[in-house]
Write a protein that binds this ligand. Structure first.
Ligand SMILES: Nc1ncnc2c1ncn2[C@@H]1O[C@H](COP(=O)(O)OP(=O)(O)OP(=O)(O)O)[C@@H](O)[C@H]1O
Ligand SMILES: Nc1ncnc2c1ncn2[C@@H]1O[C@H](COP(=O)(O)OP(=O)(O)OP(=O)(O)O)[C@@H](O)[C@H]1O
Ligand SMILES: [Mg+2]
Ligand SMILES: [Mg+2]
Lengths: 257, 257
């Protein structure tokens, strides 16, 4: 069965989307069959994979609000790269939480994607910078959480709330949810702030054995690749970003739950 | 009467909080009386001003959910710096939207702060990276919107949705809401991606005459200052960040609505 990994951090701009699209890209080049599920109403993972959702595309909004989803495979679309598929998001997704107010079991809507676990080796889910219903739905479906942590003080502070929420979900909704690991991002060894946060992460007993050895360095090529709708590994394979995400993929493959 | 300025961009990590605390700090040094209102449940503006909210502190959560707020001045707390006051946020604020479901006029809860407009020259409001109720409340109260735009593709793309929302609020809730301006952030003239986004902003008819001449450069001292609970202008006055926010303050002062 495929591994469903939620990429989450309530702090904004820490590299969630960059991690989803680049980890997906590297894993697909290693022969893994990958599905990216975009659960952010700003649909940056969709954009970052070069896709502009149209009116009649099936999106995660459809999966969330439709009366039923008889065949989730109908929502999966191809990208330019073999082995890398996507269920896109769109701006309507922002309205899903309000539209589902009062609906019984609304936090389990993504279970409609369960049949896809037999079709893919990995399902990577991108989330918005909040711990609202969309993120809870992702936590309900996934079995692992991967936390990008920008090596800045605010991003490290956000981990308290995130761990509380994961604990609550594990108790009340999804006992199988576990921590895949924490990946430091925007790392710059020359700056004291990066080193300080890195030290805090490595010394933090809550993440003992869970901080990836692979560190994603600050690398503007990652931001640049987004302008071309390509993961950095397909945009400039020799860049620092491509190398860092390659090392992360190795570790994720080695850490089966 | 004081100027109420909302600092908003749904995209995460673009420098909203950095802009609120550093613009507030510079303006307070120019003799202006400043109030920062933190409407982000992650309370980074509160943390960035060196304050850790305690159980019995009055916060924006109190302002939002209390039955009444007879005297908003009771919620204002001092910071270490004269002329710079704060209404802090706390993690409970994340629950305000659910707690106010169905409440008539919930989007106008911040009007409870209206008497403070006679006490301060500027009220700067920080927002979370979403266009949910908390941000709508800020839009309902403020008269001006200041948009930090990271010079990366995803942050520029987020402006479409933001302008739509501002338009909707202007029509339905607050006709006085206007655009103070767009300030480019994380700018690095050496990178093509920064220059490309900057060109797009400058050429965009929607922002004609509204893009600040002051540009906030990528400057790691800004992130570092957050670890010490100080705005960069008080942490290292000679840094690039302090200089850039000084120039922004000049322009904001010159652009009365
Ligand atoms: N290691 C990196 N070095 C430089 N830029 C990066 C890096 N990782 C991501 N970026 C860029 O920084 C910005 C923020 O990253 P990204 O959008 O992936 O974060 P996010 O956590 O998904 O944000 P949000 O909270 O808004 O969803 C983007 O413009 C992205 O292209
Ligand atoms: N010009 C800059 N150069 C370098 N780092 C910066 C700059 N501005 C802000 N930062 C740092 O980058 C991170 C993101 O900025 P900040 O938290 O202010 O953005 P935000 O838009 O408020 O994020 P959120 O969407 O999570 O509220 C923080 O760690 C901050 O200290
Ligand atoms: Mg994202
Ligand atoms: Mg912020």
């Amino acid at each position: 069965k495929g591994r469903a990994i939620a990429v989450v951090n309530e702090k904004g701009g820490v590299g969630k989307t960059a991690t989803v699209i680049n980890l997906a890209a590297v894993l697909s080049r290693r022969g893994q069959k990958i599905l990216v599920v975009d659960m952010d109403p700003q649909f940056n993972a969709t954009r970052g994979l070069g896709i502009e959702p149209s009116e009649d595309t099936c999106t995660t909004y459809t999966v969330m609000v439709a009366d039923e989803v008889p065949d989730p495979k109908a929502c999966v679309m191809a990208t330019k790269w073999p082995g890398l598929s996507l269920i896109p998001a769109c701006v309507d997704l922002a309205g899903a939480e309000a539209e589902l107010t009062g609906e019984e079991g609304r936090e389990n809507r993504l279970h409609r994607l369960a049949p896809l676990l037999d079709e893919f080796d990995f399902i990577l889910l991108d989330t918005p910078p909040s711990l609202s219903l969309l993120t809870v739905c992702v936590f309900s479906f996934a079995r692992e959480v991967l936390i990008p942590c920008q090596t800045h003080p605010f991003a490290y502070a956000a981990l308290d709330d995130l761990l509380d929420t994961i604990g609550m979900v594990k108790e009340e909704i999804n006992p199988d949810l576990g921590l895949c690991g924490v990946v430091p991002t925007f790392y710059d060894h020359r700056t004291r702030v990066s080193r300080q946060v890195m030290e805090k992460l490595s010394a933090d007993p809550r993440f003992a054995g869970k901080v990836f050895g692979a560190v994603i360095r600050y690398n503007i090529t990652i931001a640049e690749s987004a302008a071309y709708g390509k993961p950095v590994v397909f945009f400039r394979g020799g860049s620092a970003g491509a190398g860092d995400y390659g090392r992360l993929a190795d570790e994720v493959l080695a850490r089966r739950p």
